[in-house]
Design a binder for this molecule. Structure first.
Ligand code: ADP
Ligand code: MG
Length: 230
């Protein structure tokens, strides 16, 4: 009976995350569908047609990008390097993961204390943070996950801390090995993606953990430009 309940709970959690993603994909697709219907039913002037096609293409790009966010391991190399505003990136990441944190009764908090940009591919950077923070949420039901960003003269540091189940040393050693997972429905691909993205961004990651106390991940990226105001 207990087992059955756990199974159902897990299914709800998994379908909640999938639902929030599919919702974000459904919106742009619904718009494109509406536009195609307009094209079928009306003779439109050329310019109007062109503009609406442009709208449809942009909506499709949005859907494609959302799918890619969740499937980065299909193309692990960094593709489009730009200066990233960490605050904006984290806002997107936390908004995607907040429903999931709420499901598991995890408090998710984020403080960004620097305006320094870092160099990377926005989609991959988000994927990396999503994978890390998702693990922390899964490790800490009824607990909390804290994200803090700061910079010094050489680096931008992103600290992600949970107060969950923690890991023994040999578990830490295994992080990033493909298909290593202690979860019943784990992919064991999350940390592999995390390591490969951080490496491609010239960053490093350090892990500290203690069983039943929690884990701390510190990601460090080299400063790209030194802001006077920072
Ligand atoms: P998955 O999450 O699908 O299991 P990951 O590659 O994301 O695969 O993680 C691999 C394993 O590392 C997890 O199954 C878990 O045992 C461990 N792990 C990762 N992050 C944490 C964390 N924050 N707290 C405790 N264990 C973790
Ligand atoms: Mg994971």
């Amino acid at each position: 009976m207990q087992k059955e309940l756990q199974e159902i709970e897990k299914m709800i959690v998994v379908s909640q995350l999938a639902a929030s993603v599919s919702h974000e994909i459904r919106n742009p697709l619904t718009t494109v569908r509406g536009l195609l219907q307009v094209f079928r039913e009306r003779e439109l002037p050329l310019e109007k047609r062109w503009n609406l096609t442009e709208v449809a293409l942009n909506e499709l790009d949005t859907a494609i990008n959302i799918i890619s966010d969740y499937l980065t391991f299909a193309k692990p190399q960094v593709v489009k390097m730009t200066f990233l505003n960490i605050s904006d990136e984290l806002q997107q990441v936390t908004s995607v993961l907040t429903p999931y944190a709420n499901m598991l009764q995890v408090t998710l908090a984020c403080v960004v204390d620097t305006a320094q940009p870092i160099l990377g591919d926005s989609q991959q950077f988000r994927q990396c943070l999503i994978n890390l923070v998702k693990n922390c949420i899964e490790a800490s039901p009824n607990g909390r996950v804290d994200i803090a960003v700061l910079s010094n003269r050489e680096h931008v540091l992103i600290r992600i801390k949970d107060n969950g189940v923690g890991m023994a040393d040999e578990q830490i050693q295994r992080l990033g090995i493909p298909y290593y997972s202690t979860k019943e429905k784990g992919t064991g691909l999350g940390m592999m993606v995390v390591f490969s993205i951080i490496k491609a961004m010239n960053g490093t990651i350090k892990v500290e953990s203690e069983i039943n106390r929690g884990s701390l991940f510190v990601i460090s990226f080299p400063l790209t430009i030194l802001l006077k105001t920072d």
